[in-house]
Design a protein around this ligand. Structure first.
Ligand code: 6PG
Length: 473
């Protein structure tokens, strides 16, 4: 898309960690970037600290100056908190914009808000893009993975810039236009749900090695470092291995041993579940991971309960290291499969035509869940999948054949040893549910009909039926 007149290629509003890293990344790739921030004094400081890249930055201290500095049709990237501040910003800036201009929200926004905001632009000639950006500060500065929603018009406008700054996997940019309105933010939300699940399963394996295996952080970190050479190779294993082997300068103890065991969360994992449940889906591994963060916050209760509640454990011995590695692999495949099922359901619900292979491809580099497995998922999605189910792809079935036994042994050992592995065991429960043609919901239906006359389908005949239930004694 040709730009009219002179001016910056893009504007970046919000010079916090992510906004400033993206602005510098854009400048590094030769784009002129207008920059603005609510705290005006940050702007000149940011430009000064950018060194030679400062030549590509156009500081603007007011919204009017900021908008004027950008060539038309304008692309304006906002990296600000996604709730009320984003709505206030839209109200303030839209009167200054012209037809064809695009507002891009690069934060972790609730896709429902993105859909609402984008519908609000429908008759204005303005465009609204929800763009998921993954990779943290380092990714934003040197190559994030980006999940873009919004109109084709906006995509054409921003494509050269986002493709230039994105992480590359074998030369391919890890960014794509995934669908209209909230598609980009939805995919980023599910990315984060999978991120929660993966982090939790790694923490569960750490917990087994620490609490049942009696190993120290460094030793566990060294084991995970070795896993980087196998099928688990991924950013999250790399980070965990490095974190476990880091030492606290103050005490000389492993860093992880001085950190309180209470996990924070900003909401994206929870949103994944809420949206999945609304669509009648369940993502057990992600649910377990979100739930575990909730449990972790009950620190005082846990400390009080420890001497009071009997463990009744059975010392069955620790699973071998290879089993732990393979259990993590099975859990990772199943968590991703659940995430992709949610994406499938949303794609149908909102008519987005999401391309699962493309999503796998743009997650292969730059993002937090990048791993060697994602290339295998992309390949599986590119070939025909039975009914679109990742776990039925021949290559994934082979991976699961090799790893499910280990997941079973690890979960069984954890249960006997009294170590909580909620996400690993939830993965296994889902797998065991999905591999059985005949489940147990016939009894649920019987119960519902018994007490509520809700009716049921019969195995051999279509129609709604009621049972001849024996009266209660
Ligand atoms: C990413 C991350 C990023 C951030 C999350 C963490 O893809 O770069 O997901 O968006 O780490 O906000 O979320 P919690 O604070 O909820 O763990």
């Amino acid at each position: 898309m040709t730009k009219s007149g002179s001016g910056a290629d893009i504007g970046v509003y919000g010079l916090g960690t992510m906004g400033s890293a993206l602005a510098l990344n854009l400048a590094d790739h030769g784009f002129d970037v207008a920059v603005c921030n609510r705290e005006v004094n940050w702007i000149s400081e940011f430009v000064r600290e950018a060194g030679p890249l400062g030549d590509k930055l156009i500081p603007a201290e007011t919204l009017e100056a900021f908008v004027t500095a950008i060539a038309k049709p304008r692309s304006i990237l906002f990296m600000i908190p996604s709730g009320a501040p984003m709505d206030a910003m839209i109200a303030a800036i839209t009167p200054l914009l012209e037809k064809g201009d695009t507002i891009i929200d690069g934060g972790n926004a609730d896709f429902n808000a993105t859909r609402r905001r984008s519908a609000g632009m429908d008759d204005t000639g303005l465009h609204y893009v929800g763009m998921g950006v993954s990779g943290g500060e380092e990714g934003a500065r040197h190559g994030p993975s980006m999940m873009v929603g919004g109109s084709d018009h906006s995509w054409q406008q921003m494509r050269p810039m986002v493709e230039a700054i994105a992480a590359k996997f074998e030369g391919e940019p890890c960014v794509a236009h995934l669908g209209p309105d909230g598609a980009g933010h939805f995919v980023k939300t599910v990315h984060n749900g999978i991120e929660y699940a993966d982090m939790q399963m790694i923490a569960e394996i750490y917990g087994m090695l620490r609490d049942a295996g009696g190993q120290g952080a460094e030793e566990i970190g060294a084991l995970m470092e070795r896993w980087q050479d196998g099928p688990l190779s991924s950013y999250l294993i790399e980070v965990s291995a490095a974190a476990l082997q880091s030492t606290d300068n103050k005490t000389g103890q492993p860093m992880v041993d001085v950190i309180r065991d209470q996990a924070g969360q900003k909401g994206t994992g929870r949103w994944t579940l809420i949206e999945a449940l609304k669509m009648g889906q369940s993502a057990s591994t992600i649910e377990a991971a979100v739930g575990a963060r909730g449990w972790s916050s009950e620190k005082d209760t846990r400390v009080m309960a420890e001497p009071l509640l009997a463990a009744c454990v059975q010392d069955v011995g620790m699973p071998c290291d290879d089993d732990l590695e393979m259990a993590m692999l099975a859990g990772r495949i199943l968590a991703h499969a659940q995430g992709f099922r949610i994406l499938n359901a949303a794609s149908e619900e909102f008519d987005w035509a999401l391309d699962m292979a493309q999503i796998s491809e743009i997650w292969r580099a730059g993002c937090i869940i990048r791993s060697t497995l994602l290339d295998e998922f992309a390949e599986a999605f590119r070939n025909d999948l039975p009914a679109g189910h990742l776990i039925l792809a021949p290559a994934m079935r082979a991976r699961l054949d090799d790893s499910i036994g280990a997941l079973r042994r690890v979960v069984a050992a954890a249960v006997s040893l009294g170590v909580a592995v909620p996400a690993l065991s939830a993965s296994l429960a889902w797998f065991d549910t999905m591999r059985r043609g005949r489940g147990t919901a016939n009894l649920i239906q019987a119960q519902r009909d018994f007490f509520g006359h809700h009716g049921f389908d019969r195995v051999e005949e279509s129609g709604k039926f009621h049972g001849d239930w024996n009266a209660l004694a």
